[in-house]
Design a binder for this molecule. Structure first.
Ligand SMILES: Nc1ncnc2c1ncn2[C@@H]1O[C@H](COP(=O)(O)OP(=O)(O)OP(=O)(O)O)[C@@H](O)[C@H]1O
Ligand SMILES: [Mg+2]
Length: 426
């Protein structure tokens, strides 16, 4: 490969780089927007994770090295150097909050200034200590008693209302993430909640319109998002994933973590099969004093299924409590590496009583075959978000300065950011 343009920087807005920082792997994708609007992958690289757990940096230096390796691979494949990245965040602190704001307006034609004022009041209203805003999405506008307005400008009324969806995450987690990216000499161009990105990566138009729940079953964390009418309406997360299943197997079958991971992918299933009674699973020894032993396949299946069942039940209960069960429609899409577990779809169907499919990335040119699985939903969705998703009242990285926390009120930043959003959208 020729490296003559290796020094080229990604300052050009038609090229974007993204990082999916996961508990089991870090993925870097460099993409370019084609003249016809499509996205072409110029370079892709991934590396096994270390120093990261459930979306949280637990060892700064080790995490930095992991990220550098993934970025270097992608840069080499693309033949260019990147200077900024959009990253995902999947943490237990991910939250959704909805705020309805109604304000008196002049009574004449609704103009940009009115939209800006209502959005800014929603920012002032929003207060969650120790949390930073990742996404602020106007879901629904109303003018006087008229609800479900897509674009209120040009309409006449005396009151303007908006339903805002704020997605937030703990400031501490985000600061560590930002610091880790800085140590890799990269500028953080934005942060996207993982289940939002996963949805953008794999969902189809009908699902986004009619309502769908996406569940990203990762290694360290399971996250969920609900979309309807083309908008993200809810996110949540549970701090368990495929690695918890592996740990349960290591403990239950008395074997090492690496051996348990292999056993899980080779023999693991969430569902019983009639032959399981007679089958035995070889379990490598724990240490020099131990010997190879065999355990019944039924034991493995019960270990795996109880953890997966418990995780999905927690999510189902949370979605129900948030009123998202019926609102989200009849379809569930599973992504993440753990969605490849045998029987995972059937288990999800049994628990949620909805139609299930496993989602795979689509709509990207030159995506390597090795990245066609559900575990690459987040990275591909990050690219789509970078290029297309501008319907947010905040753009760029979240405010991690802590000023908002000291002031107890969001001032200034909201005005500027929503102005930027208005400029980009109207
Ligand atoms: N065929 C398979 N059967 C069962 N589990 C699998 C299979 N393939 C991958 N996994 C599990 O999927 C998990 C990795 O998924 P993924 O790559 O989505 O995680 P991640 O993005 O690195 O982590 P996270 O999103 O939780 O931070 C691992 O726990 C792995 O054991
Ligand atoms: Mg992940």
């Amino acid at each position: 490969m020729a490296f003559f343009n290796f020094r080229q920087r990604n300052d050009h807005s038609e090229i974007c780089a993204v990082l999916d920082i996961g508990s089991s792997k870090v993925v870097c994708l460099i993409g370019r927007k084609e003249p016809d609007g499509g996205i072409r992958i110029l370079g892709a690289g991934y590396h096994a994770s270390a120093g990261l757990r459930a979306g949280v940096v637990v060892d700064m230096e080790v995490a930095e090295n992991t990220i550098r390796h993934a970025v270097e691979k992608a840069e080499r494949a693309a033949g260019l150097a990147i200077s900024s990245v959009v990253v995902n965040v999947s943490t237990r602190s991910l939250r959704s909050r909805h705020i309805h704001l109604d304000a008196k307006i002049s009574g004449g034609e609704v103009v940009n200034k009115d939209l800006q004022r209502v959005i800014d009041r929603a920012f002032v209203e929003f207060h969650e200590p120790e949390h930073a805003i990742l996404h602020a999405l106007p879901l629904n506008w109303s003018v006087d008693d008229e609800n479900g307005v897509i674009d209120p400008r040009g309409m006449f009324g005396t009151r303007l209302g908006v339903d805002m969806h704020f997605v937030t995450a703990g400031v501490g987690v985000l600061r560590n993430l930002a610091h880790c990216i800085e140590r890799c000499h990269l500028r953080m161009a934005g942060i996207v909640a993982s289940p939002y990105a996963a949805g953008l990566g794999v969902l189809v138009e009908d699902e986004l319109d009619l309502g769908v729940t996406l569940i990203d079953m990762g290694a360290g964390i399971t996250t969920a998002s609900v979309f309807r009418d083309q908008a993200l309406v809810f996110v949540d997360s549970v701090g368990v994933g495929g690695q918890s299943v592996t740990s349960d197997i290591a403990r239950g079958l008395t074997t090492q973590f690496e051996a348990a991971e292999r056993i899980k992918t080779l023999y693991g299933s969430v569902l019983d099969s009639p032959d399981d009674d007679s089958q035995m699973v070889p379990c490598p020894p724990m240490g020099a004093q131990d010997t190879l032993h065999h355990e019944p396949l039924t034991l493995l299946t019960s270990i795996v299924s109880s953890r997966v069942e418990e995780t999905l039940e927690i999510l189902r209960d949370r979605l129900q409590a948030a009123g998202m069960d019926e609102f989200a429609g009849r379809r569930i899409v599973l992504t993440g590496g753990a969605a490849q577990m045998s029987g995972a779809s059937q288990m999800a169907e049994y628990i949620f009583k909805k139609r299930i499919r496993v989602g795979r990335p689509h709509g990207l040119l030159d995506l390597p075959d090795s990245m066609a699985g559900p575990d690459f939903a987040v990275s591909t969705g990050l690219l789509k978000h970078s290029f297309y998703h501008k319907n947010e009242a905040v753009s760029g990285p979240p405010d991690l300065s802590g000023q908002r926390l000291r002031d107890r009120r969001y001032t200034g930043g909201g005005v500027l950011k929503s102005l930027k959003w208005l400029k980009e959208n109207f």
